[in-house]
Design a protein around this ligand. Structure first.
Ligand code: GUN
Length: 281
């Protein structure tokens, strides 16, 4: 292995301890509402991890675990109530929602100033328009923090994003563009994906296919960010074949211990920011 590890676990721990100190100086504990509809096992694991991280640094996480058959009106009603509860500073609706619910409408119901996931169209649009003070989605925000630990100037680098989800791929591409990278967004219809990836100084793999990105996709000396969390028969796997990529890249994130812990750290950071903004106004 020649690549240096981008240690998200350590960086996230540092961020959490700084946030804990900051919160200790607040007049009240920030409040985060965590909404889960149904019993998706992966979502339950993520939600528990988010609640635990909140408790450790002094954020009051209030969990709302609603049954699978919750209606659009019931969920919207809960969100409206939380929008109007001053002790709740952030609202997180864990995705994916059950199929009968209209996800876009639900995300629109969250007050933008409490949208700590950055999924409301106001916050998503604010990233594109470079409006200050908007919430950036947690995973892409965490990716940028990891990139900054390399100390490299991102200006003018070729960034290739594999995957165009609203949660990761699209916002990651915009954040990289805002840092003056030349960004290519690729997806399941992209032709010559391997050739395009070979041009990437920064490769963001967020396609959700275990070890899809093999050594042949990697440009020598590049930075490889693996967003994949795939539960396979052989354990947890990223979207990148780590053993192959680590021989070619200069920096790489491990799975687990790379992007995952950063997503939670950025949720905590956004919740603190939401608290401060709401207490300033
Ligand atoms: N599902 C997968 N990732 C996320 C995330 O970052 N936030 C929420 N709310 N749901 C998700």
């Amino acid at each position: 292995m020649t690549a240096q590890l981008l240690n998200g676990k350590q960086l996230a721990a540092d961020i959490r301890s700084r946030l804990k100190e900051k919160i200790a100086g607040f007049a009240a504990a920030p409040g985060l509402a965590v909404i889960l509809v149904g019993n998706d096992p992966a979502s339950e694991i993520y939600i528990r991890a988010k609640q635990k991280a909140c408790a450790e640094i002094g954020i009051r996480a209030e969990a709302f675990h609603l049954p699978e058959n919750t209606s659009q009106a019931e969920l919207t009603h809960l969100i409206n109530r939380l929008n109007n509860t001053p002790e709740i500073n952030g609202i997180l609706v864990q995705l994916p929602l059950p199929r009968h619910l209209n996800e876009k409408e639900i995300l629109l119901a969250v007050a933008p100033e409490k949208d700590v996931d950055g999924f409301h169209p106001y916050n998503a649009g604010s990233i594109i328009q470079k409006r200050a003070g908007a919430f950036a989605p947690c995973t892409p925000k965490g990716i940028l923090r990891l990139l900054d630990t390399t100390g490299k100037d991102l200006n003018g680098l070729n960034a290739v994003v594999v995957g165009r989800s609203q949660i990761v791929g699209m916002p990651a591409a915009h954040l990289l563009l805002n840092r003056n990278c030349t960004v290519t967004i690729t997806h399941s219809h992209t032709q010559n994906l391997q050739k395009i990836c070979q041009t990437a100084d920064i490769l963001i793999a967020a396609l959700g296919k275990p070890e899809f990105i093999t050594g042949e996709y990697i440009k020598p000396g590049s930075i490889v960010i693996d967003v994949g969390i795939n539960r396979t028969e052989n354990g947890l796997k990223g979207d990148v074949n780590f053993a192959e990529a680590a021989k070619i890249a200069s920096y790489i994130t491990p799975v687990p211990g790379g992007v995952g812990p950063m997503t939670i750290a950025m949720l905590l950071e956004n919740t603190c920011e939401a608290f401060l903004k709401q207490h300033r106004s």
